[in-house]
Write a protein that binds this ligand. Structure first.
Ligand code: UDP
Length: 506
């Protein structure tokens, strides 16, 4: 695989500009590394605190002989924003997210200048940089957009925009069909994002600009793979009219050794002590194959104290062993839950029933441990893909963004998910008013981890997808071919541009 699909001709030069939140940064860096692994010269532009999250993987790639580097630009000083706070994630105070976005907007001029100075053959930029489509046009190069999420979610959101089926139901709890999709999928109004329901919603305006820039881009790149949601990939290409390439699962394609897996998504300095890391490993080693459920809600989510308490009880009541990743509790939100969780941790350690990881977990490394037999997830697409890759069925607990659509894909289309029964979409940085009860959590985990025909069927389905995921990134596989096609296309564009230049000179 190392020899790459790029072959012997002149090297393509690319700039990648990821957004400043782990949710987007992690997969875009993986995609950049995949390009470098296949012979493209890659520069990732970002700010110091964001670079710290992935720099060690870039250093390793560079030592492996890949032509890849990070170009770090200083984050602007913004009144009231602490130095080093440059990433929008679960730990970002609500009032700071806007300031971080403000800082990022201020960097636009510098980013454009870097594009001009570095003269790439193409750029891959996040959806939240819609201006970059014009920057690419000025340089006469293609802009590839990273839009995040699944094809399925994009198709579902397009169906909502086109047909507005949610306006034809009487209440938020009545289900409606999403028209025009490859499968008959039903949702309720309470499960869809606010921007589809609230007139003149601020995020709807942002997404309108994003979509326009998507349509004007050369194409889009996805982190999924054809065998997972091929019908939606086809639908997206037809309906959106945009070219698109599916190059995943990206996490396993580039994070092949233990350091890549253990350090992904987090700076070395911020990682909990090595002893702790070894702790989960030793603990899992003492467990039977497929007997432990891994519980994690991604990089953006916070729960209120009351929900954390329900999860703790739900895990204990489920009767199954677990690893639970708990974000550090903000003091202002504590409500005594910090003490409750410390006691909980002591109790479950004492009974050898569970292992709590505080803050950030080395998720890729944990998921591949043979003792892990299932995942409880908020349906963030990175975790979904990583779980599928590791052949793990999921309890689906969607919260925000496009996660309720992803739940449909897992439960109704692919048959690899057990819904916990969450019913209300909320903003990523709000708690909302829905608390999923301990008995529903325990029941869903038991359905996932227990015996029964449905469980056997789910495991069979996810194993088949996992096998397909592994084939997709091998020579001749769907994602491998997709990447190869994209690189070939970009090369021929470069050659066309060069020959036009030569003709002009002649
Ligand atoms: N992740 C991790 N450790 C954690 C939490 C998250 O490694 O403790 C990684 C996870 O492997 C995934 C990403 O962070 O790649 C989270 O992405 P996802 O789409 O699942 O959720 P989001 O953060 O976008 O809500």
């Amino acid at each position: 695989m190392e020899s790459g699909v790029d072959g012997e001709t002149e090297m393509l030069k690319a700039i990648f500009l990821p957004f400043v939140s782990p949710s987007h940064l992690i997969p875009v860096v993986d995609i950049a590394r995949i390009f470098a692994m296949h012979g493209v010269d890659v520069t990732i532009i970002t700010t110091p605190a964001n670079a710290a999250v992935f720099q060690s993987s870039i250093d390793r790639d560079s030592n492996r002989g890949h032509s890849i580097r990070t170009h770090v630009v200083k984050f602007p000083q913004i009144a009231g924003l602490p130095e080093g706070m440059e990433s929008i994630n679960a730990a970002t105070p609500k009032d700071m997210s806007t300031k971080i976005s403000e800082g990022v907007s201020m960097l636009q001029g510098e980013f454009r200048q870097l594009f001009r100075d570095m003269q790439p053959d193409f750029i891959v930029t996040d959806m939240f940089y819609p201006w970059s489509v014009d920057a690419a046009a000025e340089l006469g190069i293609p802009r590839i957009i990273y839009v995040g999420g699944t094809y399925m979610a994009h198709c579902a959101m397009d169906s909502l925009e086109r047909f507005a089926p949610h306006t034809n139901v009487d209440s938020d709890d009545h289900s409606f069909l999403l028209p025009g999709l490859p499968h008959k999928l039903e949702m309720t109004r309470s499960q869809i994002p606010d921007r589809f329901k609230v007139p003149n919603h601020g995020f709807a305006k942002i997404m309108k600009v994003v979509k326009e820039s998507e349509k004007r881009s050369y194409g889009s790149v996805f982190k999924s793979f054809y065998e997972l949601e091929g019908a939606y990939e086809e639908h997206y290409k037809t309906v959106m009219g945009t070219k698109s390439w599916n190059v995943g699962p990206v996490s396993s394609w580039v994070n092949q050794d233990a350091s890549d897996k253990a350090e992904r998504g987090h700076s070395k300095e911020e990682q909990e002590g090595k002893g702790k890391e070894q702790g989960w490993f030793t603990w899992l080693n003492s467990k039977k194959q497929d007997s432990v459920v891994y519980v994690c809600f991604g990089s953006m989510n916070n729960f209120p104290a009351s929900q954390l308490i329900e999860i703790a009880h739900g895990l204990e009541d489920s009767g199954h062993d677990f690893v639970w990743v708990v974000k550090k509790i903000d003091e202002s939100q504590d409500d005594g839950v910090g003490v409750f969780l410390e006691e909980f941790e002591k109790r479950v350690q004492g009974s050898n029933r569970g292992y709590v990881i505080w803050g950030w977990a080395p998720q890729l490394a944990i998921l591949e441990h043979p003792a892990i037999g299932g995942v409880v997830t908020h349906c963030g697409m990175n975790t979904v893909l990583e779980s599928v890759d590791a052949a793990l069925p999921m309890v689906t607990w969607p919260l925000f963004a496009e996660q309720f659509f992803n739940e449909k894909l897992l439960v109704d289309v692919l048959g690899i998910g057990v819904p916990v029964g969450s019913k209300k979409w909320r903003n990523w940085n709000e708690f909302g008013d829905e608390i999923v009860k301990r008995e529903d959590i325990a029941k869903a985990i038991d359905l996932l981890m227990g015996g029964g025909e449905e469980n056997v069927e789910r495991r069979r389905n996810v194993k088949a997808l996992s096998d397909a995921a592994k084939k997709a990134i091998q020579p001749g596989g769907s994602s491998y071919n997709s990447l190869k096609d994209l690189i070939e296309e970009l090369k021929s564009l470069k050659l066309q541009k060069l020959s036009c230049k030569l003709e002009t000179v002649a």
